[in-house]
Write a protein that binds this ligand. Structure first.
Ligand SMILES: NC(=O)c1ccc[n+]([C@@H]2O[C@H](COP(=O)([O-])OP(=O)(O)OC[C@H]3O[C@@H](n4cnc5c(N)ncnc54)[C@H](O)[C@@H]3O)[C@@H](O)[C@H]2O)c1
Length: 264
């Protein structure tokens, strides 16, 4: 099979579909034949992006809502089943961070929201994605893949974003535990742990907080051996490989894409 067709007739659900990684991943999967189910709390951005995709003949369904709401996560899976009759790949990518501050200065409401979105959002997603994937394996022998977008802050400490790091460590623990539970039930479950990429989340958050200029970028990347931010496509291209059905022996991994940081 050519790479160009690798996701033909497969349904790929992506949360945070209106964000930087979400848009880039959507394009890459669609170029390889996937049908898309996109969700995002940014209803307007999502509707505009879904319209663009539809204009380009991509089969796409979209739904707005927060992943911190379990009912929304259930409805997103229902939408995939109603529109396309199957769910092959789920990328739990929606995420946010609290304002950068040392732990004692983090606003408690923001800390709770970060956990509700970044950790509970992934749990609610998986809770409703897994049963339909398990049934497809049992009834049709179809394997599936879940990819949770954690962070380098999910495998190491991250000063000034400690509650984000706590939530992302939770995502890695959830990923590994669920991977063990479903290893013989046709579902591969992995996590991706990117370092800083050039996206609004970084540019409007940590980078802006450090001054927003070249000096701020040098400061932010001083601990990264490659001494630079990742470009979004450097992250999203790896999602293709992780979710590729031919990558069939890989499960329970937290894959770092970090310019070498975790090798130190
Ligand atoms: N950008 C980076 O450098 C970086 C590094 C490591 C991990 N990540 C993770 O990658 C994922 C995608 O981030 P991004 O860089 O594309 O950021 P982004 O801000 O461009 O996209 C995030 C998307 O998630 C959506 N979202 C936020 N809260 C939501 C909620 N409650 N329910 C549903 N959708 C919600 C936003 O509306 C946005 O469209 C996040 O989980 C983030 O933590 C990003």
């Amino acid at each position: 099979m050519e790479d160009v067709d690798i996701f033909r007739d497969k349904t790929v659900l992506i949360t945070g579909g209106a964000g930087e990684f979400g848009r880039s991943a959507s394009q890459l999967f669609a170029e390889r034949g996937a049908r898309l189910v996109l969700s995002d709390v940014d209803g307007k951005g999502l509707a505009e992006f879904a319209e663009q995709l539809a204009q380009a003949d991509v089969q796409v369904a979209s739904i707005s809502g927060s992943v911190a709401n379990e009912e929304h996560c259930r409805q997103t899976v229902d939408l995939a089943m109603q529109r396309f009759g199957r769910l092959d790949i789920a990328i739990n990518n929606a995420g946010m961070s609290h304002a950068p501050a040392k732990t004692a200065d983090i606003d408690s409401k923001q800390a709770l929201e970060t956990v509700q979105v970044d950790l509970m959002g992934v749990f609610y997603g998986m809770k409703h994605q897994i049963p339909v994937m398990e049934a497809a394996y049992r009834e049709h022998g179809r394997s599936a893949s879940i990819l949770n977008i954690a962070s380098l802050a999910g495998i190491g400490g991250a000063p000034t974003i400690s509650m984000y790091a706590a939530a992302k460590h939770g995502v890695v623990g959830l990923t590994k535990s669920a991977a063990l539970e479903y290893a013989r039930r046709g579902i591969r479950i992995n996590a991706l742990c990117p370092a800083f990429a050039r996206t609004p989340m970084v540019e409007d958050g940590l980078l802006a907080d450090a001054g927003g200029d070249k000096k701020a970028e040098d400061f932010l990347t001083r601990g990264i051996p490659m001494r630079r931010l990742a470009e979004p496509e450097e992250i999203t291209r790896s999602m293709l490989w992780i979710c590729d059905p031919r990558n069939s022996f890989m499960t329970g991994q937290a894959v770092a894409l970090d310019g070498g940081t975790s090798a130190m």
